[in-house]
Design a binder for this molecule. Sequence first.
Ligand code: SAM
Length: 257
Amino acid sequence: MSTTLGVPRPDQASYMLRAAAGDAGRAYKRQMLDLLDIRAGHTVLDAGCGPGTDLPALAERVGDGGTVIGVDRDPAMLERARARTEGLRRVELREGDVHALPVEPGTMDRAKIDRVLMHVDDPAEVLAQLHRATRPGARVGLAEPDWDTLIVDAEDLDTSRAFTRYTTAEVVRNATVGRGLVRLAERAGFRVEAVHATTPVFRDFQEADHTLGLGRNLQKAIDGGHIDRDRGHRWFAGLSQGPFYASFTLVGVVCSR
Ligand SMILES: C[S@@+](CC[C@H](N)C(=O)[O-])C[C@H]1O[C@@H](n2cnc3c(N)ncnc32)[C@H](O)[C@@H]1O
């Protein structure tokens, strides 16, 4: 019987809203929206909109004459998005898979996909779908972390490295998609206009445990024989006592069709 480490798996919608509300979350999202150059009257697609994190900001930018379409495959996320956009008549929510976007081909003026490609079966197919959905001249924004860049300060750096390796190999499906965004975009037929990388920094252990799943994923790594139990527990106890530092790289690409 193992001791469970860290906070329990958080409610996903709250986790996403919380991650987006931090300084780093706000900064890269604002930068992405600015680079997308969304104008009044545009039709904008938010592919994998989650709990509707960005839908109010998109609705504000398209104005009364525009339309924002949020697509997600998870009905619970769409429910949260519906509550978040209540009263915003120019927001439409559609249940669907980003591998088969439920929009008319060639009708989107702008599209964005933010921290979704890391979870999907086939990122290249999703890029092809975004290409198909957008008009010639449209701009498309992509943002994804690269979990191979996760660094956690600890005296036992080998366990920090083992934790990052485990996260990359076993926890996140497409953990290194961040570094591949430029390649994916160009291969799908887009022209890359801007690339930026931001580094969300965690100084608070509880926040990092919640967002990065330090305890949850360490427990799985121990149970799967990837990290020694005693060493893992000592590593985690050391982190919880602080001072704490962890960070990773998030890559943003804005391209045009
Ligand atoms: C980390 S959340 C990001 C949500 C939002 N883009 C944001 O920035 O807050 C990932 C979202 O992608 C959705 N998702 C994952 N795979 C999907 C797929 N194949 N089709 C549609 N939505 C998908 C999940 O349901 C979830 O809402």
